[in-house]
Each structure stands twice: as C-alpha cells, then as structure tokens.
Design a protein around this ligand. Structure first.
Ligand code: NI
Length: 407
C-alpha cells in the first residue's frame, strides 16, 4: 500500500505544485476565502468526492466513502486563509493580491489536503471507513475551527489529523510531538481606576499608574512563586494606556496583554488567579479594578494512539532519521484544538525548510518561502497514516493525559 501511495503521489506531484502556486498567488484573508473554497470544491468534486460548500461561513468539506467495512470516520483538517502581509519574496507566482500573502503556509496545507483526498479517492475500495476532509477558513483569527464545528464538521467524527508547515525543519522531514503541541492563547485586559490629583500632592490622589506598575510586578513575581513550574505560563502585558499630563496623577490605566499556557488546568485557573492578585493590590492602595479575561483557543493536546500512527506512517515512508520527535511545544496558538473538544486528534509539523539556504525565514515573514518538495512528504504521510488508522482498534485512542513539558 505504501509504495502504491508513493507512486500515486509522484504522478500527482506536478499537478499539486500547480495547485499550490495557484492558491499562493491568489491569497484571501480570514473569513473571505471565497475563491479558495470554490477552487477546493472544484478539485474535490472532479475527483468524485462528495462536497459541501459554505460550511463554517467560507469553509468546505469533502467526504469520501470507503468500502463500508468500518463505521468510523476519520477527519483530516487543513486551513486556507492568508495574512495581511505584503509579500517580498521574489517569486514568479508571488501574491497578486496587494497586501495579502500566504505567509503561514496555509496554501501548502490546502494543497496537501487536496493531494491526500485525491490519492485516497483512488484507493477508496481499500479504505474501510469514511474520511472527511475539512477545509477550514479563518485560522489566523482563531475563529474558523469554531465556525466549522458549529456547522457540524465534527459530527460523528471519531478522530482527526492535522498538519502545519515548519520552516526550521528541512523539507523531506517531519516533526512529531507527543502531548502538548501549542499553547492556550488567552486575552487579558485590566482596568485600574484611581483618583486624579496634582503631581506634587500624591497623598491626595490615588495614582493609577503606580498601582498598575505594582500589579504588573506582582503578577510576574507571583507566576514564578505560585504557578506550578512544570505547567508553564507566560503573561505579557503588551500595551499600557493611561494618564493625561506630566504633572497630573492618572486616574485610570488600561493594561492589555496575552496569556499563554500549556496545561489544560492552567487556562481554567488563571482568570481567578489574576483577578485575586489585581484585587489585593488595588484594595491595598484604594483603587478600583476590572479584569476582563477572554479565553482564546485551548492548547493542542495530541492524542497518544493517533500520534503513534503518524510517527509509524512517517517512519515507514521516510525512515526514522527523517522523523523528528519534537522535545518542546510551541507557545503559539492553533485553533485545531477546537476540534479536539469533539474527538481525539494529532497534528504534525511538516518540514518546508530549504537545506541549501542559510536562512529560512520564519512563519508570518514577508519573505517566507517553502521548499515545495515538502508537499509530497505531507501527502504521503497523511494518506498512509489515514490508511493505517483503520488498523487501529477503536479503544486505542484516548485523550492523552497531559505530561510534564520538557525545557
Ligand atoms: Ni498557520
């Protein structure tokens, strides 16, 4: 089966490069993936795959029937949106849409999803259950997965696989991660209200700027003393607004930041932990406060059994020296975690770095480029992992208990 998949992928390679370049030169922003979704739907239906359009606003779903000997449905998710970045890479297929660029490799993801769908459609008689291909919009604004789930994309799904490109891994290799892959990414706003007064007479006022400084310092110190060091938390205040004039004591300060955490319990406990600290500091100095904590996407926790399948599929296909077991998660966010609320899943990192270049620009960089040979690596890995999935007994996949994080 593996050599069959590899042959089909090799045959398909020129078409997949064409598809990727087409998507790359026509990038669309989150929630506006109209042409991309229509293009995806066209490719799927011309390969005999049943398509549903306008799922999750601008998403699309393809569903492939297997031979029916297994009731389980495996989902494969790829995302389609681009970023508001002006492309600076000197490519003849560079973005034709001013100020919009596929700088996060979602053009590659979409192509890998399509390639996997085309190959599995040719092997459908050998696939026991169904495969649902989820082409998601709006990942960059962490909304698309929720839109897809709300529209039923995960109904009856037993397991889900996902992929994201990674420029620091060379093309031809992939990265596998057990447990936490990405962090929970939450938004934080703290308003501190004091009382204005003359800068020369602070005792007659309540200085919101000084109290805000106390709040920030106390939060950063308390993280190191009261949070479990094996459950990393990063709290960054990125914006402070307050004050009117150099000689006027500020009556109000707004702190805005982001909170990243890896352990599922952290994101649940952090709102009250933060509120408590803010409350105590503010009460000590007579200020009022308001804490607005908005939970974003949870941490992606890769399932043990499905991660083993991805690793085994990749090692059989490419050799173990081209499969890197990633020692550390990323503190970036990824809305793949919204699907994991519905079914266990695993996401791997697809190497797209050029081995003959000294610099591979990072994701979201205006000169970000990918080595397109990675498309075939991704397609074969996913198609073969999907095939191997049906050999897995249904009780093997369980949500992996989060493990302590290295590093
Ligand atoms: Ni991305």
């Amino acid at each position: 089966m593996l050599s069959h998949i590899k042959d089909l992928a090799a045959e398909l390679a020129p078409r997949l490069i064409e598809i990727r370049r087409h998507i790359h030169s026509h990038p669309e922003l989150s929630g506006e993936e109209f042409q991309t979704a229509a293009f995806v739907a066209g490719v799927l239906s011309s390969n005999g795959i049943h398509v549903e359009e306008n799922v999750g606003k601008t998403g699309a779903i393809g569903e492939l029937k297997g031979n029916g000997s297994d009731k389980r449905i495996l989902a494969i998710r790829t995302d389609m949106d681009a970023l508001p970045i002006q492309e600076l890479a000197p490519l003849d297929y560079a973005s034709r849409n001013q100020g919009i660029m596929h700088a996060c490799g979602h053009d590659v993801h979409t192509t890998v999803g399509l390639g996997t769908a085309i190959i599995l459609s040719k092997l459908s008689q050998e696939i026991p259950g169904k495969v649902r291909f989820i082409f998601q919009p709006a990942e960059e604004i962490a909304q698309g997965a929720s839109w897809m789930v709300a529209d039923g994309a995960m109904d009856n799904i037993d397991s889900i696989l996902g992929v994201h490109v990674f420029p620091s891994i060379p093309a031809g290799s992939i990265g596998i991660r057990y447990g936490a892959l990405t962090a929970a990414a939450d938004d934080l706003e703290i308003t501190i209200t004091g009382e204005s007064g003359h800068g020369a007479r602070p005792h007659q006022a309540i200085d919101a700027i000084w109290i805000a400084a106390q709040v920030i310092t106390t939060l950063q110190q308390a993280i190191s003393r009261t949070q479990n060091p094996l459950h990393p938390v990063v709290l960054s205040i990125g914006k402070i607004t307050g004050g009117r004039a150099p000689n006027v004591i500020a009556d109000s300060v707004l702190l805005q930041g982001t909170v990243r955490s890896l352990h599922p319990d952290s994101s649940k406990e952090l709102p009250s932990w933060i509120e408590n600290i803010v409350k105590n500091v503010c009460h000590t100095y007579g200020a009022k406060y308001k804490v607005d904590y908005r939970q974003g996407v949870p941490s992606v926790q890769n399932d043990l059994g499905l991660t083993q399948i991805l690793q085994a599929a990749a090692e059989e296909a490419w050799g173990s020296d081209r499969v890197e077991i990633l020692p550390e998660p990323s503190l970036g966010g990824e809305d793949f975690s919204m699907y994991l609320k519905k079914a266990p899943g695993s996401m791997f990192r697809l190497g797209v770095g050029f081995t003959d270049r000294e610099v591979n620009h990072p994701l979201h960089h205006p000169k970000f480029e990918v080595d397109e040979s990675a498309i075939i690596t991704g397609v074969v890995t996913l198609a073969y992992a999907a095939y191997k999935y049906w050999g897995l007994s249904s009780d093997t996949t369980t949500n992996l208990t989060p493990v302590a994080v290295n590093g």
